[in-house]
Design a binder for this molecule. Sequence first.
Ligand code: GN1
Ligand code: MG
Length: 362
Amino acid sequence: MRNLSDIVSKFKIQGTVESINPLGAGLINDTYKVSTQETDAPNYVLQRINHAIFQNVELLQNNIVAVTKHIRKKLLEAGEQDIDRKVLSFLETEEGKTYWFDGENYWRIMVFIPNAKTYETVNPEYSYYAGQAFGHFQAMLADIPETLGETIPDFHNMEFRLQQLREAVATNAAGRLEEVKYYLDEIEKRADEMCKAERLYREGKLPKRVCHCDTKVNNMMFDENGKVLCVIDLDTVMPSFIFSDYGDFLRTGANTGDEDDKDLDRVEFNMDIFRAFTRGYLESARSFLTPIEIENLPYAAALFPYMQCVRFLADYINGDTYYKIKYPEHNLVRTKAQFKLLQSVEAHTPEMIAFIKECLEK
Ligand code: GN1
Ligand code: MG
């Protein structure tokens, strides 16, 4: 790989690079923190964009620039303070692009947000703020003038994800089919119900809105007091069902275990987190959500563990070509943990429905 400081030098940064160290735990891109020597110069985040997955980097960066500019404008209009910590800003190269292609890889740099933290787990109070923040994020983007492209076509299309799984099964590239039969059966039993969003969309009953589409807990920056500053990891911002953002936060935030927990007894759906997040989300999103969207929030809570189960399993069957893995069984372990989470969500569905009803009556 190229010398990282060489890559940094292609962008118009302030200050002198002191160190470059790995940052974060994303499964797709490679991320580094670039620290500068001068105290008055910002630090930066350098990322290698996974070009195998994000094939149209120009479109990707255009989306992100459009989104961050629009959010910045909204924050200014609302008279917000501390705007530089509430929205990402990307640096340009000498050629005026927000990415650099070194002949092999695509790179980008954004300003590092100081005194902000990400978490792998959150308590109910933080979840409440997270719910408000994602509702607010969707609300701010409701009138973005640019039409955003799909950075990964059919990214959260459940029918498409099932089709990919079925193709993986038909090919059986890694010869792993025998050991995953049970999970395939369980997935197929639920397939029809889980494709409900696509059907409602075709019937004209469900809109697409600009969503974040990767609302894992660790994609939010919190300030010193646990308040959400901003949402990061904007690669997948695109038109989708609001279920994407609501559901994927709960998939990660309300899981009492880890996404790849080997101990399935640790994996449960935490209703306290569900309640706090839902309360926050409804507060900031209720004004624009339709009754069908609200009614299907419990479906969204099940859809994302289900979809992730399908995606991890397909990758396992394909021989681990998509997600970074740490050991050979990793994608199978992830599949099992997501399935366990799904079962727990299913067990809590009546309670979720009752809680949402209660929120709306207030
Ligand atoms: C990937 O980049 P990261 O780790 O935040 C994936 C998400 C999955 C997630 C599972 C582009 O997100 O869709 O939900 O892993 N991103 C892409 O942890 O596929
Ligand atoms: Mg991430």
